[in-house]
Design a protein around this ligand. Structure first.
Ligand code: NAI
Ligand code: HPV
Length: 528
């Protein structure tokens, strides 16, 4: 079966070669779609690849009933409703590294063009005027560049600005004084940056917290004659406040690559001679476009081959080294969750996953998600996956806890899953035995040794002679073959359990007959 990949923004043809070469993918490219056409097209898409133009809003996601992955060939995912994608179990991937250099170079080009009024002078010359008086600029040397957001692009811009002999001061919530010192730049709060900078450039993502970061209040704190550059996202700067600040003379100029609403034909800011602009070209180089398209294409190919993706946005990314350590436990974790979900019919209120031994040294959140996925699958089937497992647990008011202890007895690694319901607490422990594969080694208080595979019967009974025989006889009468059997008890003559693996699924009526046997308290069929 081929998966349908829909591309709705212009992507580099060289960059999408990995998609073209994949035998299990069919590609459709349709750009500049109206909203109605997009809603129609996504209906059949298994993957959707976009840049910044296509608005992947909640209604688009809801119209796309087959959609499994959204690829953003670029950095910013503010045009994608990531929350809606997560709720629907759709993974979002981006290409965080591929256009860093291009965006940084564009920022420096804009900074230089702004300082020397190059676009205005060029326009004037094109109009037939040889005017050398109007277009007097300022030098960058010894001026202070304020960088707000010192991530990949911000850091590259800072390094290049130093090459222009500028002083650089930056603010980023992750920036430490020590790191700033190493980079040879100043370090301060947003207000410090606003107060001392001659040029201010923003490089944060657009989020609730950064919307209108540069607003009327912020402009008021800046130096008179400050110049502003935005090659990050429209909306980080309040455009009306910028317009007023330019009109009042507070801001001497602005270079904008991005706008609150894109695309547009008219914009009030472009009526001001102090403003220079490009139509969101920061990432528009041959190199960046090829690189980002390759990155998302490779992730889409990996995804449909059942492999881990490199740049997930709505899943924590796991390094290759950690993945190698935890990946062997993925199936076990899911099966432990699935096992417990069958052990109770009560509403699950809380689940705790305890990692004991070597595993506890690693980031095991992916295993926790797998466990929760296994737990929820009984009721949600294929609606639950790695992406939405945690979200769905929250929605069903199931508290998820994760505990780690590096020191444990007996097993090199042990995963214990405990669920709490209004009536009981159940737990199951599993491990991987070197060379022998996965084992369930404990269920509630009983030690067992069971391969978590196929059709299991979990039977609680009284520790009395004959109980095991009666179960064996009844199963034989129903033509159900027992493959393996384990028994365990708490005390002689007390409560006991049988764990059987059988060759076929045990029907409800057969379970009922088993429950009616003397000394049998409870029977659960668990298909793993
Ligand atoms: N014009 C264009 O074509 C392009 C624009 N971009 C935009 O540039 C943005 C930055 O890209 P990268 O540097 O690759 O991302 P990044 O994730 O490496 O860096 C973003 C930085 O912003 C910081 N940040 C977050 N909130 C902040 C706040 N309130 N104040 C100060 N700093 C804050 C983060 O800590 C992080 O270090 C992207 O989100 C995207 O919107 C990216 C590529 C091309
Ligand atoms: O990568 C980003 O965040 C960008 O803004 C680039 O946008 P684009 O892919 O050129 O529409």
């Amino acid at each position: 079966m081929a998966f349908h990949v829909l591309i709705t923004d212009p992507l580099s043809e060289e960059g999408i070669q990995p998609l073209r070469q994949a035998e299990n993918l069919e590609i459709t490219i349709v750009t500049d779609l109206s909203k109605e056409a997009l809603l129609q097209e996504v209906k059949y898409a298994d993957a959707l690849l976009v840049r910044s133009q296509t608005q992947v809003s909640r209604d688009v996601i809801e119209a796309a009933s087959n959609l499994k992955i959204i690829g953003r060939a670029g950095v910013g995912v503010d045009n994608i409703d990531v929350e809606a994608a997560t709720e629907h179990g759709i993974i979002v991937v981006n290409a965080p590294d591929g256009n860093t250099n291009s965006a940084a170079e564009h920022t420096i080009a804009m900074l230089t063009a702004l300082a020397r009024k190059i676009p205005q002078a060029f326009n004037s010359l094109k109009m037939g005027r040889w005017d050398r008086k109007t277009y007097i600029g300022v030098e960058l040397k010894n001026k202070t560049l304020g960088v707000i957001g010192l991530g990949r692009i911000g850091a590259e811009v800072a390094a290049r600005a130093k090459g222009q002999r500028m002083n650089v001061i930056a603010y980023d919530p992750f920036l430490t004084e020590e790191k700033a010192q190493k980079m040879g730049i100043g370090f301060g709060t947003v207000d410090d940056v606003l107060k001392v900078a001659d040029f201010i450039t923003v490089h944060t993502p657009l989020m609730k917290e950064t919307r209108h970061l540069l607003n009327e209040e912020a402009f008021a704190k800046m130096k008179d004659g400050v110049q502003i550059i935005n090659c990050a996202r429209g909306g980080i700067i309040d455009e009306e406040a910028l317009y007023d600040a330019i009109q009042s003379g507070k801001v001497a100029g602005a270079a904008l690559d991005v706008f609150e609403t894109e695309p547009f034909v008219d914009h009030p800011l472009l009526t001001l001679p102090q403003v220079i602009a490009t139509p969101h070209l920061g990432a528009s180089t041959v190199e960046a476009q090829e690189s980002v398209a390759v990155d998302v294409s490779m992730d889409v190919v990996s995804f449909f081959n059942g492999e881990a993706v490199r740049n997930p946005v709505n899943l924590p990314s796991v390094s290759k080294e950690v993945l190698a350590k935890i990946a062997p436990f993925f199936t076990l974790a899911e099966k432990l969750g699935a096992f417990l979900s069958r052990l109770t019919d009560d509403v699950i209120e809380e689940v705790t996953i305890k990692y004991t031994g070597e595993l506890a040294n690693y980031d095991v959140r992916a295993l926790t998600r797998n466990t929760v996925k296994g737990l929820l699958k009984r009721n949600l089937g294929s609606h639950v996956n790695d992406v939405n497992a945690k979200f769905l647990a929250e929605r069903f008011d199931i508290k998820v806890n994760e505990h780690k202890t590096t020191t444990g007895k007996g097993f090199l690694n042990l995963i214990t899953v405990e669920i709490v319901t209004a009536n009981a607490i159940h737990h199951v422990s599993g491990t991987l035995l070197n060379g022998f594969g996965a084992r369930i080694v404990k269920v509630d208080d009983y030690a067992v040794d069971v391969i978590p595979e196929g059709h299991l019967l979990f039977i609680k009974h009284k520790d009395q002679p004959g109980a095991i025989g009666r179960v064996g006889t009844l199963l034989a009468e129903k033509n159900i073959n027992i493959a393996t059997m384990q028994v365990g008890r708490s005390t002689i003559g007390g409560n006991a359990i049988m764990m059987l693996t059988v060759d076929n699924h045990v029907e409800q009526a057969e379970l009922a007959s088993l429950t009616e046997l003397v000394d049998i308290y409870e029977v659960k069929a668990i298909d793993l």
